[in-house]
Design a protein around this ligand. Structure first.
Ligand SMILES: [Zn+2]
Ligand SMILES: [Zn+2]
Length: 90
């Protein structure tokens, strides 16, 4: 049985802003729905209080924290409240 998820296997296909299906990418290289393609994510904070940087990795986007190192994309969004509906409309 192979139940363990390897790091990097996670497939991102949800728009982080509205939780809709992500079919395109925004300027930051993050998967978003077509409605939010031009919407950048606001600066996100890590659970330690530092800012998270969005990185576009080989296996998709992830975050990096100056103190905690790399943080999974999903986790970074979770810390900041997912989906990020509070960002507002275009
Ligand atoms: Zn969206
Ligand atoms: Zn941190």
């Amino acid at each position: 049985m192979r139940l363990r998820k390897r790091y990097g296997d996670y497939k991102v296909d949800k728009c982080p802003i509205c939780n809709g299906v992500a079919t395109v990418k925004n300027r930051q290289g993050l998967p978003t729905c077509t409605k939010h393609q031009k919407q950048d994510l606001n600066e996100l904070k890590c659970s330690c209080g530092s800012w998270l940087d969005v990185q576009d990795g080989k296996y998709g986007p992830y975050f990096s924290c100056i103190k905690c190192g790399n943080i999974r994309y999903e986790k970074g969004l979770e810390i900041n409240g997912y989906p990020l509906v509070s960002i507002g409309d275009l």
